[in-house]
Design a binder for this molecule. Structure first.
Ligand SMILES: [Zn+2]
Length: 615
C-alpha cells in the first residue's frame, strides 16, 4: 500500500492523504488551506482532480472547511463517503450560507449525492477495508479511519482530541474496532501551540456555569458547528437559570443533532430539557427586541450564542444591562499579529472579553496514550506546521517518518515472500551486572532493533529509513535486510546520519574467493563495538584481532562441545560455513559474557566504531 501525503506535512489545514493499492486510490480529506500560514495553492492529483477516477474514492473525516472545503471542485463520478450527521450539519450550514456564497450550491449538490457510513461498521472499496471510528473533535460526527489493504493496517486519526465529553470511550473503541496497526497517520496541530489549553470540556462547562450564575447578560462567540460546546453552553444556561438565545440557523443546527438517529441518542448532552433554545425573531432585517422581550431578558438573564456580523452586532448593542462577552474559540482569531486574525470578531468582542475555550486538538501527553494502544511501527505526522518537533516528542518510543508534501512510503504485507525490511538498531538496555571479565569496567548493551515494516524494493526501504527519526542518541546503525533472518543476501549498515558504514553482498568470501578477508575498515588492535547476535543479542566493546581464517573456525570447532559432537570432523563442519560467516572478523571481547570464548567471530558488517554513550 502506497501512502502519499499530498498536502499537510508542513501546514495545519488542507490535508490530503492518498492510500493506493493495485491502482485503487482512497483519498482522505480534500479541504481548503487555512487563512494565514503556509500555502501551496491548488492541487492537481491524478485520480482525484484529474485522470481516471473509476478506481478512486474520497473519505471525509469531518465537516471543517480545511477537510471538506474543496470537494466542490471534484467531478460527480468520484464517490465521497462522509458520516451522516456530519453531512446533515454541513447541509444546514451550506443552505444558510448559499445566499452570500454561490459555491455552497455546489457543496449542497455534492453532499446530497455522498455516501454515508456507520461508525463501527466496516465497508470496502476495491481492495480496501475501511473502519470508521467516531472520534472526539470540535466538529461533530468526526471520524478516524482504520484503512487496510495488502495486510497493511493504517490508523488515520483525522483531527481529534481526548479531552472532550465523549473521549473517555476511545480506549474501548480502539480495542474493539482497531487493535494494533502498522502505521498511524496522525494530526499534530498542537505540537507547536504550547499555549493550547486542554482542560476538559466538562471543566470548561463548569467555568461557564459559574460565570453565567454570576452575570445575568452573557454573549458567547463560538463556531456555529462546534456542537459539543454549543450543547454544553445550553445546559450551562439551564443550570444557571438563564434564557438560552440562538438565531434560527443555530437552532436548526442543534435540531439536526437532537433529531439524529439512535447513535447519539443515549447521551443527555444532545437532548433539550424543559426549556428549549429560544429563537430570535427577525423584524425588518434586525433581531426583534421589543419592550416585553427586553423585560424578560432583564428579569431572567440570558446566554446569547452570537456570531460576529451586523445583525448580531446591532442586537448585542441594543441588549439591556451589563453584558459580558466571551470568546469560545481559538484566541489566534483575535490576535492582531496572527495571520488568522478576524477583524469583525475582534471588533464585536471589544477589549473586555473573557476567553473560555479548550482546544479541539489533542495535547501531546494524551497522544502518547493513543499510540501505546495502537503500537505502530511508525507514525507519520500531518496537519502540523512543525513535524520535526512532533518527531522530537515521540521518537523515544516510535520511529516518526517525516515526509514532504507529495512524498510516499510504500509498505507491503510482511507475509510476502520477497521483501526487505529496514531496521534502526539502537543501543538497548545498558548492562554491567553479568560481566565476567576481563575488564568489568566496560559496559555492554542489549540490541534494540526497530523494524519499519516490509517493503518490496530496497529503495523503498531505504527511503523509509532515511525519513525516520528514532532515538537519535542511541542509534548505532541502520540496516536493510532482504530477508527476515540473518542469512541476508545483502546488508548495508549506516551511521546515525545515514552515511554508509559497510556493505555485505553475498558471494566470494570463502578462502581463495575474490572477497576473502574483505577489508573491514578497522586495524588489528582497534577498539570497536561488536553486535553479537546469535545466543547473546548484545553489543559489546571488543578489540580487533583480524579477518577470520580457517584456523579461527578450527578453534571454534575444538572448543565448542556442541559443535564437535554434531560433526564427525572439522572438514565436515567447514563445509557448512557459508559465505556470510567467511566475511567475518575475529575480535577479543572486552566484556566476556557467560560461555563466551576469549576470541569471537563477528560478521564484518556488524562491527562499528567504538563510542562512549551516556545514559
Ligand atoms: Zn483540520
Amino acid at each position: 500500500m502506497k501512502i502519499t501525503i499530498h498536502r499537510g506535512t508542513h501546514q495545519i489545514g488542507g490535508c490530503v492523504t492518498e492510500y493506493e493499492y493495485k491502482g485503487w486510490k482512497l483519498f482522505v480529506d480534500y479541504g481548503e488551506e487555512l487563512a494565514g500560514g503556509h500555502k501551496t495553492g491548488k492541487l492537481e492529483i491524478e485520480g482525484l482532480t484529474r485522470g481516471n477516477l473509476s478506481k478512486s474514492a474520497l473519505l471525509i473525516t469531518h465537516y471543517h472547511g480545511d477537510h471538506i472545503g474543496c470537494i466542490t471542485e471534484l467531478k460527480k463520478s468520484l464517490p465521497i463517503y462522509i458520516g451522516k450527521v456530519g453531512r446533515d450539519i454541513q447541509l444546514v450550514l451550506s443552505k444558510h450560507l448559499v445566499s452570500v456564497d454561490g459555491l455552497q450550491r455546489k457543496m449542497i449538490n455534492r453532499l446530497q449525492s455522498a455516501n454515508t457510513f456507520t461508525p463501527g461498521e466496516s465497508f470496502s472499496f476495491g481492495p480496501f477495508t475501511i473502519m470508521p471510528i467516531v472520534i472526539d473533535h470540535s466538529a461533530f460526527d468526526a471520524y478516524a479511519f482504520k484503512i487496510e489493504a495488502d495486510n497493511v493496517k493504517v490508523f488515520h486519526t483525522g483531527d481529534f482530541r481526548t479531552h472532550g465529553f465523549r473521549s473517555g470511550k476511545l480506549p474501548k473503541v480502539i480495542e474493539k474496532f482497531v487493535g494494533k496497526v502498522d502505521y498511524v497517520v496522525c494530526e499534530a496541530t498542537n505540537v507547536s501551540r504550547p499555549d493550547a489549553t486542554s482542560i476538559s470540556e466538562r471543566d470548561l462547562q463548569q467555568q461557564f456555569i459559574k460565570s453565567f450564575k454570576k452575570n445575568s447578560g452573557n454573549v458567547v462567540y463560538l463556531s456555529s458547528t462546534n456542537i459539543d460546546r454549543l450543547f454544553a453552553l445550553y445546559h450551562a444556561a439551564q443550570k444557571a437559570h438563564r434564557l438560552f438565545l440562538v438565531d434560527a440557523y443555530q437552532r436548526q443546527v442543534m435540531d439536526v443533532v437532537t433529531q439524529r438517529d439512535k447513535l447519539w441518542g443515549k447521551s443527555k448532552l444532545y437532548q433539550y430539557g424543559d426549556n428549549e433554545p429560544m429563537v430570535l425573531q427577525y423584524e425588518r432585517g434586525e433581531f426583534r427586541l421589543n419592550a416585553k422581550f427586553k423585560a424578560l431578558l432583564e428579569e431572567k438573564g440570558y446566554v446569547l450564542i452570537a456570531r460576529a456580523n451586523k445583525r448580531f452586532d446591532s442586537f448585542v448593542e441594543r441588549l439591556p444591562g451589563n453584558k459580558l462577552r466571551y470568546l469560545s474559540m481559538w484566541k489566534g482569531y483575535v490576535d492582531a499579529g496572527n495571520e488568522a486574525y478576524n477583524e469583525n470578531l475582534a471588533a464585536a468582542l471589544g477589549k473586555d472579553f473573557k476567553l473560555l475555550h479548550t482546544s479541539g486538538h489533542c495535547d501531546m501527553n494524551n497522544m502518547r496514550e493513543l499510540f501505546r494502544m495502537l503500537q505502530p511501527k511508525a507514525i507519520i505526522p500531518i496537519h502540523t506546521d512543525n513535524p520535526t518537533k512532533f518527531a522530537e516528542q515521540f521518537c523515544d518510543e516510535w520511529p516518526v517518518i517525516t515526509l514532504n508534501d507529495g512524498e510516499s512510503i510504500s509498505p507491503i504485507s510482511s507475509k510476502k515472500m520477497d521483501h526487505c525490511s529496514p531496521f534502526i538498531c539502537c543501543l538497548g538496555k545498558k548492562k554491567n551486572s553479568e560481566v565476567i571479565g576481563p575488564d568489568n569496567k566496560e559496559t555492554y548493551w542489549d540490541i534494540a532493533r526497530k523494524c519499519l515494516g516490509s517493503f518490496y524494493w530496497k529503495e523503498a526501504a531505504l527511503f523509509a529509513l532515511n525519513h525516520a527519526i528514532y532515538r537519535p542518541d542511541a542509534v548505532l546503525f541502520k540496516e536493510v535486510e532482504e530477508e527476515e533472518d540473518y542469512s541476508a543476501e545483502y546488508i548495508q549498515t549506516y551511521d546515525k546520519d545515514m552515511n554508509p558504514l559497510s556493505t555485505y553482498v553475498e558471494g566470494e568470501h570463502w578462502p581463495d574467493g575474490d572477497r576473502y578477508q574483505e577489508p573491514c575498515g578497522f586495524a588489528p588492535g582497534d577498539k570497536v563495538l561488536a553486535a553479537i547476535i546469535p545466543s547473546y543479542n548484545t553489543i559489546i566493546p571488543a578489540t580487533i584481532i583480524g579477518p577470520v581464517t580457517p584456523d579461527a573456525y578450527r578453534k571454534v570447532y575444538e572448543e565448542d562441545e556442541l559443535c564437535h559432537n554434531h560433526y564427525d570432523s572439522f572438514e565436515d563442519f567447514e563445509k557448512e560455513i557459508w559465505d556470510f560467516d567467511w566475511d567475518a572478523v575475529v575480535v577479543r571481547p572486552l566484556v566476556r559474557l557467560d560461555g563466551m570464548s576469549e576470541e569471537v567471530i563477528v560478521p564484518r558488517v556488524f562491527l562499528f566504531p567504538y563510542r562512549e554513550v551516556n545514559d
